[in-house]
Design a protein around this ligand. Structure first.
Ligand SMILES: Nc1ncnc2c1ncn2[C@@H]1O[C@H](COP(=O)(O)OP(=O)(O)OP(=O)(O)O)[C@@H](O)[C@H]1O
Ligand SMILES: [Mg+2]
Length: 256
């Protein structure tokens, strides 16, 4: 039996696994011995002060950033260095960023249908049908023929989620998906994320939305200075943070 086959038949292995990951930007040590396992269907929320390495960690998981040393595996497979394998890996990892990075010169429907056609060679009609289904799922199917600039931020961010889902990712990464939104639009995006979580999607979410974290997270990871300082259930983390850094962080974030 090939190694690959053993991986595929093992349901108990983590879907995402980071082992001894190290990363520097020049002299700056941004990820320090990061060890993290995310199980299939788990919702992990990553919190921590600005500059602690949350985005960098996310970006290493779909290899938007390289790492200096250590190992990152998705579904048992090490991250490929480049080429076709890397494109395939990226397709397995959906990512939604803070800024709405839709293609400005394509319609909403085209935004969601494009990657399945180009990367997965899906027939146009099939990709568009799937796109309409996904847009309905995130509640913006009535906007399908519009251009991104004609949509609100909350709607655009829901389209970005639909676009990521169109590739049937094994895991979804969210990096502060609501922090650029007007307050009244935050919940419509969080609601979509909560629904995804309930449907069993494996999710890694960097967010300052502590209500969402409490409600949706299976586990909280607290990062500071490039390290994972705490890993706990939401109740444990919010009610009984252990480190001074986490206590300090929570006192700041929960009081304003
Ligand atoms: N491309 C880069 N080149 C140099 N330094 C970088 C780069 N990207 C990030 N950094 C630095 O790495 C550190 C970690 O940044 P990162 O964006 O991962 O933090 P973060 O926890 O996501 O912060 P925030 O909450 O503000 O988004 C910061 O000091 C940041 O300035
Ligand atoms: Mg960040």
């Amino acid at each position: 039996m090939s190694e690959e086959k053993i991986y595929r038949t093992d349901d108990s292995r983590p879907l995402v696994e980071l082992t001894h990951v190290e990363k520097h930007f020049g002299d700056l040590h941004v990820l320090k011995d990061i060890n993290l396992k995310v199980a299939k269907g788990e919702v992990l929320v990553v919190v921590g002060p600005s500059g602690s390495g949350k985005s960098t960690m996310c970006r290493t998981i779909n290899r938007l950033e390289t790492i200096d040393s250590g190992d990152i595996r998705i579904d048992g497979k090490p991250l490929p260095q480049e080429g076709k394998e890397l494109a395939r890996l990226r397709a397995e990892v959906g990512m939604v960023f803070q800024s709405f990075n839709l293609f400005a010169n394509k319609t909403i429907l085209e935004n969601v249908a494009l990657a399945p056609i180009r990367v997965r060679h899906m027939a146009k009609k099939e990709a568009e049908d799937q796109a309409m289904e996904l847009l309905a799922r995130v509640g913006v199917d009535s906007q399908a023929s519009k251009m991104p600039a004609q949509l609100s931020g909350g709607q655009q961010q829901r389209v970005a989620i639909a676009r990521a889902l169109a590739m049937h990712p094994k895991v979804m990464l969210f990096d502060e998906p609501t922090s650029a939104l007007d307050p009244e639009m935050v919940n419509e995006v969080l609601d979509v994320m909560i629904e995804l979580a309930h449907e069993g999607m494996t999710m890694i979410c960097v967010t300052h939305e502590m209500g969402f974290a409490r409600r949706a997270a299976d586990r909280i990871v607290f990062m500071a200075d490039g390290q994972i300082l705490e890993e706990a259930s939401p109740d444990e983390f919010f009610d009984h943070p252990k480190s001074e850094r986490a206590k300090d962080f929570l006192s700041k974030i929960l009081t304003h």
